[in-house]
Design a protein around this ligand. Sequence first.
Ligand code: C6P
Length: 407
Amino acid sequence: MSFDIEKIRSLFPVLHQEVHGKPLVYFDNAATTQKPQAVLDALTTYYNHDNSNIHRGAHALADRATRYFEETRETVKNFINAKEAAEIIFTKGTTESINLVAATFGRKFIGKGDEIIISTLEHHSNIVPWQMLCEEKEAVLRIIPITESGEIIYAEFEKLLSPKTKFVSIVHASNALGTINPVQKIINAAHAVGAKVLLDGAQSTSHLEVDVQKLDCDFLAFSAHKLYGPTGLGVLYGKREVLEAMPPFQGGGEMIKEVTFEKTTYNEIPFKFEAGTPNIADVIAFKSALDFINLLGKKDIKTHEDELLAYANERMSEIKGFIPVGTAAEKVSVLSFNINGMHPYDVGMMLDANGIAVRTGHHCTQPLMKRLGLEGTVRASFAVYNSKSEIDKLAEGISRIARIKNK
Ligand code: C6P
């Protein structure tokens, strides 16, 4: 598929509506992306034709559902270039993926006085599970500081590394500012002291090529709903040898080999980590979302989104009172800002009145906002179906709002 915006937009039914009497401009893609018709069709086709539990039934529907479910696992494997499909675990989302690692790898391998490194840029999902673990194990959480422009200070990260470092959990691309972290360097340096590395790929997997074998990360966590797929579904990638060394996350059906009242033996990966009936319909529909991304191609997606961000920066720089937040050299398509003298929430409400959907507030990154001395920001985040003419509408809306306070 060539990068034909009108054609791409025609695949997303939700985009074709008016909000408050204005055509919808959807710029809240970092929160969740919209779903193409193919994903919606896959959901109804599954329920209309194939609905069945998987990995258990001795009948045609169960076979079909199992096959489609495992086809998605294979597609995810290829999407991130994992070595094998068994390294792909389905979870509820990035949040659950990170919690799984903290609760299993963390509980088994991290002890008193050990250190875990995260950064100032982290989403709460990549802070709180590690804080909980540190509290339980008397381990220590270390934080990589950032510059005013929102980039981690790499030299400070190097100073934090020591033989005590057991784990580095780092966001690949910041949801609040868009900053892309130098993850390859971080992974190499962490491995050099024997630490394992988890990448929070919630915001990177939809914008950038993410090749887990090339990166050599031990874990990658991400959510289907930020990749044009359904909500309530996430992925945890882990290297086979690391996953095999970890205890299970939850106990129940599917994750066992054999159960007696005396002793239970656990299933092979990935099933060891997938207790209970999984989110079958959404897993099956996720394949259509990944097929859609693959058809467009990550390279062209990145080019398009970089163009949108550059254009947005150019348009906004003309506006008196526009304050950009997060000006890192390497960014995904996130435009975070404030308007001089205005609360971000009020800006968001005024944009909404013009049909423009943005997110406002702390973006689940309260420590980051505290570091920047801000209560929050307004965040416009761009996806494959967004266009320069929509950015013009954003610029016009912001200009009108800024004029109120910045005459
Ligand atoms: N960020 C945003 O508006 P879940 O909720 O589990 O799908 O993803 C959590 C998460 C973890 N890490 C990063 C970097 C994220 O951006 C998110 C989700 C959304 O920015 C909702 S808070």
